[in-house]
Design a protein around this ligand. Structure first.
Ligand SMILES: Cc1cc2nc3c(=O)[nH]c(=O)nc-3n(C[C@H](O)[C@H](O)[C@H](O)COP(=O)(O)OP(=O)(O)OC[C@H]3O[C@@H](n4cnc5c(N)ncnc54)[C@H](O)[C@@H]3O)c2cc1C
Length: 377
């Protein structure tokens, strides 16, 4: 067993790196355990909302992200029968691949003084009577070890075996989705400065540019709808293109990126609020609640909730309140800041997944409704 660490952060995605940066900057001893080795691809629309600007600045990552990212200032929604609504975004967003974004944020956490250990999968958690948490890890070659920590941030994303270990209730929720993504080359200025969202029966997909001129496709489909299709993501994309002429027209101009390894798929995604703390763990990012991807806010909220978890733990370590109070304070703050977005996402999803309803709503309330649903009103 290794010596005790002050804080272990499980997961080196945006929320974990954000929490680690804040804690390390406040002088704490922080170890981030990340199962993958960066850079790596990850299913995501790779659209980082402009509201993340403040968080990126706080994490000392704004200059690096802004220098590489593709600026996006417009969006459009394309309904299955050809109707579309375009609008300006409230502030310019960043198109940046997860391979680069996560690498930049992890590097910022390291520069802040955190230790980021890659290839380290957390496989077990045990709270002890003395108030610490024993974190079970499988490292290189499957070698297992235990790391005791005084506090733990759970930032392992939308789904992991750890959710089952902790028997988290959302796993019993039947409304499961699956997501996929892929990269393309585009001719000329196609999609420059614009994110496009396309609805199809049972799901939706988005196209936008990322750094280096690549166009990124990502989408989600309800498990129920996917079961009716032949296996594989190619069949899902064919179904989406076959039901949405605008998507078909745009994709006909794209060429799959050579050597990108084809489509990448997710495990099950539960669009749901989850407890923002589990025992003595503070949960951040998707581990505390998955915001519907069409809102394009999951990454921004992951950064904000990671920063919030870091701030609350830093205050507890500084003696401003007892460590045992940190989870209750965090849950209250999480609810106040993020619950409405999970609710708004769910309300809009009901329209997104039933294109007939979306068509009627768009006809009755038009652009204003779409802008409201997508949070840009
Ligand atoms: C199809 C789709 C499209 C999306 N598009 C967008 C978009 O365009 N814009 C947007 O803002 N949001 C989007 N999202 C949401 C966004 O991807 C998430 O909100 C965001 O990734 C959450 O960040 P996170 O740090 O909480 O988790 P993650 O990014 O999932 O990071 C978790 C990290 O933890 C690591 N990990 C997991 N388990 C363990 C373990 N046991 N031990 C060690 N490490 C572990 C993982 O390897 C990973 O690096 C999309 C989601 C989907 C499904």
């Amino acid at each position: 067993m290794r010596g005790e660490r002050e804080i272990v952060v499980i997961g080196g995605g945006p929320s974990g790196s954000a929490a680690a940066s804040v804690l390390a900057r406040s002088g704490r001893d922080v170890l981030v355990l990340e199962k993958d080795r960066f850079p790596r691809r990850k299913v995501c629309g790779e659209f980082l909302a402009g509201r993340a600007r403040g968080s990126l600045a706080r994490l000392d990552a704004l200059t690096a992200v802004a220098a590489e990212a593709e600026p996006i200032d417009r969006a459009s929604l394309h309904l299955p029968r050809g109707r579309s609504v375009s609008f300006a975004l409230p502030s310019a967003a960043f198109g940046i691949s997860r391979a680069r974004l996560d690498e930049v944020l992890a590097a910022a956490a390291t520069s802040a003084g955190a230790e980021v250990a890659f290839g380290m999968r957390v496989i077990g958690l045990e709270e002890t009577r003395s108030g610490s948490v024993r974190v079970g890890v499988a490292g290189a070659g499957g070698r297992e070890e235990t790391i005791p920590a005084r506090a733990v941030v759970g930032a392992w994303g939308r789904w992991n075996a750890l959710d089952r270990t902790l028997d988290r209730r959302f796993l019993r929720n039947g409304g499961r989705f699956f997501g996929w993504s892929g990269d393309y080359d585009a001719p000329g200025d196609l999609l420059r400065g614009e994110a496009r969202l396309y609805l199809f029966p049972g799901g939706y997909a988005g196209l936008s540019r990322v750094e280096g001129g690549a166009v990124h496709l990502a989408g989600v489909i309800a498990e129920r709808a996917q079961r009716r299709l032949p296996a594989g993501w190619t069949a899902v994309v064919a179904h989406a293109r076959g039901s949405n002429p605008a998507l078909d027209r745009d994709m006909a101009l794209l060429r799959p990126r050579a050597g990108d390894g084809g489509f990448l798929g997710t495990g099950p995604v539960f669009f749901t609020r989850k407890p923002s703390s589990e025992g003595r763990l503070l949960m951040a990012g998707d581990a505390a609640g998955v915001i519907d991807p069409y809102l394009g806010e999951g990454l921004a909220v992951a950064l904000e909730s990671g920063i919030l978890a870091g701030e609350i733990l830093a205050s507890a370590f500084a003696g401003k309140f007892a460590m045992g109070e940190a989870t209750a304070r965090y849950s209250r703050a999480w609810n106040a800041r993020f619950s409405d977005r999970v609710r708004r996402g769910a309300a809009g999803r009901a329209l997104m997944l039933h294109p007939g309803a979306a068509r009627v709503a768009a006809a009755l309330a038009g652009e204003r409704l779409v802008r409201l649903a997508m949070g840009s009103a």
